[in-house]
Design a protein. Structure first.
Length: 479
């Protein structure tokens, strides 16, 4: 009487193992680690690496042949079919709820109407940015010489702007000559260049958990193997960071050190020194993303300042405090790396974005910019207090109360799923940022990131209150 159910259970397990093998091959094809015409791993080799039987691999391969994904060549093996589907970043990496994958918040925020509310987005409202200074710079730029308006920019970038960036970095303890600074079109492009320059598909990259969700998306595009380390109020958990270095041998670590996204935490000097010591021991290169520098009230430790741009690469941009429409960022690195990056920039984007660089230089050189930055920090501090107070009345508690910046990383009331809350809010044209979008380990189900500058409208709290109630009602009862 018992044998029938046992056989059915065994069959289900066998089907699950076959499905796992098929998913592995499909993922490798989607990630282009197996390209059209490439020979698949041998049956014996794949069965050993995946710890399944050879018959399971045979079954999986035969089903993939039936689907047309691979071809069988008797006496030779199995090969990827010659036709290739377009690259799908959503198919690379773990299958996540679409409401919490690395693209969801970005798409909803970027595609939202002007009337929609975006407490989950990562930028300031247009009214908070120096529009009059931008208009003055545009008027001045309209009178510039023909070359400034029409010609390619030098690959290294506009020299006066690089000189200004070098002086600004020196204020934070980072010593670099203007020739160690290369302009890019954004902070995201800076990381893209560095991934092209420093890693190959399959290389391991370390990130914080949680971290900025577009790090996940960008590393997925580069077919990197991503490993995460839990983040604490003082920086990454050093013991787990050391264990990850020993186990996974990553090539890169990407982080924010000044104002961490999404938590708002600040790297402590002790953690910074321990990080750099571990990086030296394990040959690790660190990309330090510093795009929130002008939002700090008191400068935090910079890894690049302690390291002297040896194994730390410092990047930044001006989209958060000046304009997201004027695409301009930078990379500061050791001289020999800048030389290689110049060649890569020529190969992928040719010249520099000269108009944007001239515009950014005009605004940063305007005597009003420092006053604008001072006012912005004060305005954010007031918004941080107001939003924190109002969220607490809804049972939403900050993980920590940040020293500066625009982000609050918050616990939702116990038992609530942030993705469910986000879906309910989106139905009423409010874009939220559920925690698992930032978490590679998917351990932030009950967290939400709020941009305080975008969370001041009373309608946000009305919708949020209803979304919390709706998510609570739909939550399965705990046995």
């Amino acid at each position: 009487m018992v044998r029938g159910p046992v056989r059915m259970d065994e069959q289900r397990q066998a089907n699950t193992r076959v499905g796992m093998v098929m998913a592995t091959i499909r993922q490798r094809i989607a990630a282009r680690s197996l390209t059209p015409g490439a020979r698949l791993p041998s049956i014996r080799g794949l069965s050993a690496s995946l710890k399944v039987s050879a018959s399971t691999v045979v079954d999986a391969y035969e089903r993939l042949v039936a689907e047309g994904a691979i071809l069988s060549r008797p006496g030779s093996g199995f090969y990827v079919a010659s036709h290739a589907a377009p690259l799908s970043l959503a198919d690379i990496g773990p299958k996540l709820d679409r409401a919490v994958d690395p693209f969801w918040v970005s798409r909803q925020s970027l595609e939202a109407d002007e009337s929609d509310l975006k407490p989950g987005c990562g930028w300031l409202p247009p009214a908070w940015l120096p529009q009059e200074a931008i208009r003055r710079a545009l008027r001045s730029l309209s009178r510039a010489d023909a070359a400034s308006l029409s010609d390619y920019g030098a690959p290294l970038g506009l020299k006066p702007l690089r000189q200004l960036i070098a002086r600004r970095m020196a204020e934070r303890g980072i010593e670099a000559s203007p020739d160690q600074v290369m302009l890019t079109e954004s902070g995201t492009q800076a990381i893209d260049f560095l991934c092209r320059f420093l890693i190959e598909p399959g290389d391991t990259v370390l990130v914080d958990d949680p971290c900025y969700f577009n790090f996940h998306a960008l590393l997925r595009a580069h077919r990197a193997s991503v490993v995460s380390v839990p983040y604490t109020p003082a920086g990454p958990d050093i013991e787990l960071f050391a264990a990850a270095l020993a186990e996974h041998r990553p090539r890169l670590y990407i982080t924010n050190s000044a104002i961490h996204n999404p938590t708002g935490a600040t790297l402590s000097p002790v953690t910074a020194h321990r990080l750099l010591k571990l990086a030296e021991q394990h040959g690790l290169t660190i990309i330090e993303d510093d795009i929130f520098a002008d939002l700090e009230l008191t400068p935090a430790p910079r890894l690049a300042a302690f390291d002297g741009l040896d194994r730390v690469i410092h990047i930044g941009s001006f989209s958060k405090t000046l304009s997201a429409a004027a695409r301009c960022g930078f990379i500061a690195a050791r001289p020999e790396w800048i030389e290689g990056l110049i060649d890569l920039k020529i190969a992928t984007s040719f010249g520099g974005a000269r108009l944007s660089a001239e515009l950014v230089l005009g605004v940063l050189s305007d005597g009003s910019y420092r006053k604008h930055a001072d006012g912005l920090r004060s305005r954010l501090a007031r918004a941080m207090f107001e939003v924190t107070t109002r969220l607490k009345t809804l049972g939403i508690r900050p993980w920590l109360e940040p020293q500066a910046g625009m982000f609050l990383w918050c616990h939702l009331p116990d038992g609530l799923d942030a993705a469910a809350v986000a879906r309910a809010a989106l139905a009423r044209n409010v874009v939220l940022a559920p925690g698992n979008a930032f978490s590679l380990s998917q351990s932030a189900t009950g967290f939400m990131r709020f941009n305080v500058s975008q969370t001041l409208d009373n309608r946000v709290f009305d919708v949020l209150r209803d979304a919390l109630r709706q998510a609570s009602i739909s939550q399965p009862a705990t046995p």
